[in-house]
Each structure stands twice: as C-alpha cells, then as structure tokens.
Design a protein around this ligand. Structure first.
Ligand code: C5P
Length: 227
C-alpha cells in the first residue's frame, strides 16, 4: 500500500504530538517529534554553558554542532520513541521549564536548523512518517501529502502544558507556563529563518473545544483520501 508523509505544525501545546502519536500508531508509521530535537540541542548548549538566561555564545554552539549526535529509540512500554543526546536518554530533562525558556533562542539559529532539518529529511525519505514541529509543511517536507496546522487559545494551551507537567510531578506555576507558551510563539513566529507559519495547502484545526476522538476521526478521513 502507498505510504504518505504527514506534516503537523502549529503553536506550542496545541496537541500536535498527541494527534501525531495516535496517527502513527494507527497507520504503522514512524512518529518524529522535531521539538525534542531542538530541545536536545538546547540542553547540550546549557550543559556546555553556551547558553543561560543571561548569556548566549552563539559561535561556540555553532562550532560544536558536529559533536551533537541525536537519535530516537522506541520505548515499548511507553509506546513512543524517546530522545537521546550522545547516547544518553534525555527524554525527561528536555521537557523542563528551564529548557522551554531557552529553546526558541537556539531554534532561531540557522546553523542549528540546517543540521536538524537535514536529519529530519533523512528520517522521512521513505515516507510512512508523521512529523510534528513548526516548519514541517513549509520547509522540511513542502511536498507532504497531508499538512495539518493546529491552533488553540493560549489559555487552553497553557492549561494543557501545565497539567502535563503537574502529572509528571514537576513543581510548576501556571503564570510562568502561560508566559513561556506566549513568548515561544512570539519568537517562533517572528524569527527570520523558517518562522512558524501555516503552509498554503495546510488544513487548519482549532482544537480549543474539539474532542480528541472527533479530531482524530476527521483527520483519519483526510488521510484516507490521500492513500
Ligand atoms: O514542539 P515543542 O514545543 O517541544 O518545540 C520546542 C521549540 O522548538 C519550539 O518552541 C520552537 O522554538 C522549536 N522548534 C522549531 N522547529 C520545529 C520544532 C520545534 O523551531 N520544527
């Protein structure tokens, strides 16, 4: 049977990864969370002290990019692939508010994007992939058979992220999360290289109020018209 490429873009915490994971599972496709890759590079930059809340040595990070090896490894019990940075599982660490606060600055660097986009294109070269991020339908796979663009109100999105972090046992503050979501959206939408924008041929989903089941069914029927 024919395999397609599914590109899912949108603002932070719009439920992209939940839908992407479900689609990949249903279709037997690979799921790639590209945000995890930008988060991993950010964690590396933090570990090397290239970036903090008060400084960013962009050139040092760029020079060191070749030493960053990213990989995904499927975790059977979790049902999704976890992110590895230089062979260390960093799935939990990259979701912290500290990384969230710095990731959009790192993601604005063209050299970082060039490295990650080429790795993403390599992962998707045989199709049968669901990829979520900010520039998947516009830059990574402009020829994707199906492009979705997810939106939801900032408040709904912050609430979603807040619950996720609470469920994991993190100490978090709602205002801080709301501020972070809005700040990342601002930086992601206004950067020069590959800003977050809706591809012309993307189909938009506002899931502020739509139930997950309804949304999934609607997207699956779109998938079926492209197979
Ligand atoms: O998807 P997630 O919210 O984990 O992404 C974290 C950050 O990584 C985004 O706010 C954005 O700055 C960056 N990103 C990006 N391009 C992508 C995926 C994520 O710039 N394709």
């Amino acid at each position: 049977t024919k395999k397609i490429t599914i590109a899912i873009d949108g603002f932070s915490s719009t439920g992209k990864s939940t839908i992407a994971k479900q689609l990949a599972k249903k279709l037997g496709y690979i799921y790639v969370d590209t945000g995890a890759m930008y988060r991993a590079v950010t964690l590396y930059a933090m570990q090397q002290n290239y970036i903090s809340d008060t400084h960013f040595n962009v050139d040092d990070l760029i020079t060191d990019l070749n030493n960053i090896s990213l990989s995904f490894s499927f975790n059977e019990s979790l049902g999704f692939a976890e992110m590895y940075l230089n062979n260390t599982n960093i799935e939990k660490t990259i979701r912290t508010i500290e990384v969230s606060r710095l990731v959009s600055k790192v993601a604005a660097i063209s050299e970082v994007r060039r490295k990650l986009v080429s790795e993403q294109q390599e992962m998707g070269k045989n199709k049968g992939i669901v990829m979520d991020g900010r520039d998947i339908g516009t830059v990574v796979f402009p020829d994707a058979e199906l492009k979705l663009f997810m939106t939801a109100s900032a408040d709904k999105r912050a609430t979603r992220r807040y619950k996720e972090l609470l469920d994991r046992g993190d100490k978090v503050n709602f205002e801080e999360i709301l501020h972070n979501v809005q700040e990342r959206d601002r930086i992601d939408s206004t950067r020069e290289d590959s800003p977050l924008l809706e591809a012309e041929d993307a189909i938009e989903f506002d899931n502020s109020d739509m139930g997950l089941k309804e949304q999934f069914d609607r997207i699956m029927s779109l998938v079926n018209t492209r197979l």
